[in-house]
Write a protein that binds this ligand. Sequence first.
Ligand code: C2E
Ligand code: MG
Ligand code: MG
Ligand code: MG
Length: 278
Amino acid sequence: QHAKKNRLDQQIYTQQIDGNTLERLQLINELKSAIDNGELVLFYQPKLDLKLKKVTHVEALVRWQHPDRGMIPPDLFIPIAEQMGQMNALTHWVINESLEQYLKWKSQDIELCIAINISAENLKDEGFCQYVLDLVTHKGVPIDVLTLEITEDAVVSDPENAIKQLTVLKKSGLKLSIDDYGTGYSSLAQLKQLPVDELKIDKSFVQNLMVNQDDRIIVNSTLQLAHNLGLSVVAEGIEDEGALNWLIERGCELGQGFYLSRPLDADKITDWLVSSPY
Ligand code: C2E
Ligand code: MG
Ligand code: MG
Ligand code: MG
């Protein structure tokens, strides 16, 4: 009863993993070997350039294909990985895997930039920046292909260190994005110090754009604020054509959401990229 079928006909694990339940303890144990056992998979969700009407980026989103429990979504195991000191191993795997996929697409004449999510734990690791830069060089991938998405919370816990690390990455030519913008607690004063290129407006403000006037006011003001600061904006959570057109009219640079495509595995997203009008 802990798994349900989703549209893609995959088992999705939906059990809440709170407290020290036996299940949670089992998952903690299993997560350690999941990476080595090849149980993690990357799904990819397109980001549409709203001016060019062309997919220019994909965001890599990790899932855990558990041998018994089915597909476990990241919200259920990323917090565990963070608590268990597994986040660096996980993020290293995600960057490696997504750069491999970038090279594969490139060999098929599909040119895409890749966005990956990093967590507060990654920024606490002093060697993180260098690891990323060395890996990109080693694989011969142009550095500006990579966007790192960071939530406000990852910065709030230790702003000084975060700013230091992010500045090194930014100077090397990597793109930086503030994820889930509007849901965290960072002040504008802190945001101003971050060397970011992009704000990614949280889906909670975008999903109901067409029916919620407050959301339209918030998104409109965010677009103006970001543009006045010289930042570009990604809207995530576009679920209908109305929201897409509304954002295009207001000069939002990139859009992402189920209306365009859900996150899909590498094969399925490749098919989608080849056959979509974008
Ligand atoms: P996120 O980075 O904000 O990613 C966007 C999430 O919103 C994804 O959920 C995506 O499937 C979902 N989404 C996109 N468009 C829509 C839409 O139109 N409607 C709705 N309802 N949802 C939409 P997902 O894949 O379950 O990922 C959840 C979160 O897990 C991510 O949020 C991110 O914070 C975290 N995550 C995923 N992969 C990684 C990873 O490799 N590393 C780290 N550190 N975190 C990750
Ligand atoms: Mg993200
Ligand atoms: Mg987000
Ligand atoms: Mg999110």
